[in-house]
Design a binder for this molecule. Structure first.
Ligand code: GDP
Length: 338
C-alpha cells in the first residue's frame, strides 16, 4: 500500500489533515493581529451600503499596508471594479472571490515548471518512498522549527522520519536540529560543522532507502552572501538525491518569515532563482499584523503556500487552505439590513 498521503491540498478542502489539531481555529488565532489591524478595516469599510471613490482608495491603502504588495493590490482591485459591483457588500463578495482565486492560481497553472509531488494536486501519482523534501530559507526564518513541525506532523500519522542537518555552516543549526530530534523522536544525520552538506544529504537519503524511512527532510544553509555558492550547493544536493531515488526532491520547501514583509520577498527571490521551489511555509504568522504577504507570494512568485506557522511549538503548524484563510481574514459578512 502506498504511504499515507499527508497534507494533500488542491481543491479538496476536506482532504485528510495531519495531527489532531483544529487547524481552522489555529489559523484564525494566528491571524488575529492581521485581522484586527488591517483586514478588519476592510470589513469596516464594506459595512456601509454605497460605493464611493473614497472606498476604493481606502481598500487600496489597507491592502498595501498589509504587505499585499502594490502590483497585486492594484490588479485585485481592478478586477473587482471591472465586475461593476453596485453595493459595498458586493465588493466584499467579489474581493473574497478574487483573493481566493489568487491563492489557488499557482495550483491551477499547469504550465508551472516546478510542481511538487507531495502536497499538490490531489490526483498526483504517489511517489515511491522515501519522500524527499529539501528545505531552504534564510537563517532565522524558522527553517529548523519548520522541519521539526513537519516531522512531528508526519510522525503523528505513523510515518518514519529522518532529517539531514545540512546547514553545516552553523554548529548551532546542527545542534538545534538534533535537539528537536531528541525531543520529538525523529532521527538526525549530522556531520561536523564545515562538512559538505551534500555528503550529509547523501548519508540521510542512503539511510532512508536502506532502512525504510518514509520521509527525509534535508536542512540547508541559509546564507545569501554568495548566490552562486548557494546555487552550486543546492545543485549538488539535488544530484545526490537523484542518484538514490531516481528523481529530484519531491518538494522544495521555501520557509519565509511573515514578519519580514516585502524584504522577505526579495530574499525569497534569491532562492527561487537558485532552485526550483515548489512550496512555501509562511512562519510567524502569529507575530505579524500584516498577513497580506500571502497574496504577494502567490501572485508575484506563482508559488503555492502550503503551511503556515502559528507559534513556536512543534504542533504550531497549519496546512494552508485558501478559502479558510481568506474567510478568517475577512471575517463574517455584515448581516443583511432589515
Ligand atoms: P532558522 O534559523 O531558520 O532555522 O530558524 P529557527 O527555526 O531557529 O527559528 C527562529 C526563531 O523563530 C525561533 O525562536 C523559533 O521559535 C521562532 N519561530 C519559528 N517559527 C515560528 C512561528 O511560526 N511563530 C513564532 N511565534 N515563532 C516562530
Amino acid at each position: 500500500m502506498s504511504p499515507l498521503r499527508l497534507f494533500r491540498r488542491g481543491n479538496d478542502s476536506d482532504a485528510e489533515q495531519p495531527g489532531d489539531g483544529d487547524f481552522e481555529a489555529s489559523t484564525g488565532r494566528a491571524l488575529e493581529r492581521t485581522r484586527s489591524s488591517w483586514f478588519g478595516r476592510v470589513a469596516g469599510l464594506l459595512s456601509g451600503g454605497d460605493i464611493t471613490e473614497q472606498l476604493w482608495e481606502s481598500l487600496e491603502e489597507v491592502l498595501i499596508g498589509a504587505d499585499t504588495g502594490v502590483t497585486t493590490t492594484m490588479e485585485v482591485l481592478e478586477r473587482v471594479r471591472a465586475a461593476d459591483p453596485k453595493r459595498a457588500e458586493d465588493v466584499r463578495a467579489l474581493l473574497r472571490a478574487e483573493l481566493i482565486a489568487l491563492l489557488r492560481a499557482p495550483d491551477l497553472d499547469s504550465g508551472r515548471a516546478s510542481a511538487g509531488r507531495l502536497w499538490g494536486a490531489p490526483d498526483a501519482e504517489p511517489v515511491r518512498p522515501p519522500e524527499v523534501v529539501l528545505v531552504v530559507g534564510v537563517n532565522g526564518s524558522g527553517k529548523t522549527t519548520a522541519i521539526a513541525r513537519l516531522a512531528y506532523a508526519y510522525q503523528q500519522q505513523g510515518q518514519r522520519v529522518i532529517c539531514a542537518a545540512g546547514d553545516t555552516f552553523r554548529a548551532a543549526a546542527i545542534e538545534q536540529l538534533q535537539q528537536w530530534g531528541e525531543r520529538i523522536g525523529f532521527d538526525v544525520i549530522a556531520h561536523r560543522q564545515g562538512a559538505d552538506p551534500a555528503a550529509v544529504a547523501f548519508d540521510a537519503v542512503q539511510a532512508a532507502t536502506a532502512r525504510g524511512y518514509d520521509v527525509v527532510f534535508i536542512d540547508t544553509a541559509g546564507r545569501l552572501q554568495n548566490k552562486q555558492h548557494l546555487m552550486d550547493e543546492l545543485a549538488k544536493i539535488r544530484r545526490v538525491i537523484e542518484r538514490h531515488v531516481d528523481r529530484g526532491p519531491d518538494e522544495v520547501l521555501l520557509v519565509l518569515d511573515a514578519t519580514t514583509g516585502q524584504n522577505g520577498l526579495s530574499q525569497a527571490s534569491a532562492f527561487t532563482e537558485s532552485v526550483d521551489v515548489t512550496a512555501v511555509m509562511l512562519t510567524k504568522l502569529d507575530g505579524t499584523a500584516k498577513g497580506g504577504i500571502v497574496f504577494a507570494i502567490a501572485s508575484e512568485f506563482g508559488l503555492p503556500v502550503r503551511f503556515v506557522g502559528t507559534g513556536g511549538g512543534e504542533a504550531d503548524l497549519a496546512p494552508f487552505d485558501p478559502e479558510r484563510f481568506v474567510d478568517a481574514l475577512l471575517g463574517e459578512p455584515a448581516p443583511a439590513e432589515a
